[in-house]
Design a protein around this ligand. Sequence first.
Ligand SMILES: [Zn+2]
Length: 255
Amino acid sequence: MKNFKITSFVTISLFLLLVILDTTVGIALWWYIVLLILWFTIMALGSFNMSWGFYLKAFTSNPTITQKKIAITFDDGPNPEFTLKVLDILKQYNAKATFFCIGENVERYPEIFKAIVAQGHAIGNHSFSHELMIDFNSTENWLDEIKQTENAIHKITSKKTTLFRPPFGVTTPKLAQALAVTEHQVIGWSIRSFDTVIKNPERIIKHITKQLKPGAVILLHDKQSNVLPVLEHLLQVLQKQDYQAVTINELLNEN
Ligand SMILES: [Zn+2]
């Protein structure tokens, strides 16, 4: 939020300066257009980069951690084809993960959701609908999205989650206002696997493992077939390098 305020302050100051120059010495119109484009670009980049902390404070890694611990996170489940298989692989390697679930899927597949919780993994809220245009939501609509998912989670497991991951990793001032009300902690990532874009598991693994460091948060999706070979290979690499896969909550609380 601090960076957003600074950007707004600088933009308004520059705009006023242009107005003064315009009324005194006279300037070309394109100066205003350049300022507008610059402002819009910074705002858009701030929306897509959670680590900037532009509209809200997001946890994207734990850089102070000294132990070899990392967090694997899965977005967009529960999924009827892949989530249970993901759970089996995690169990096999004695690894814990965090699942950012879509409320609609929690309602559709309650047994799978229960299995995630029963196996000791952490859960987070990833909106209710995850609609394509969700980032244009008003504060009210965001509150509905977050609360509907909380209700679905509570109905099935009697649990609450304090974690929220923005759909598409996009943050906006309206979302920030809603999260100030619900008091969820926003979780981003430090290693984006691009597993929804890159189909080849080997390429995804290469991309992830070259960025591995203690305190890292890895983003995966448990809604597509490549998640299974990627996870298996990733856990083998982690085991070889003496890394422990823990929940976001554990990574947050370590110093
Ligand atoms: Zn998502």
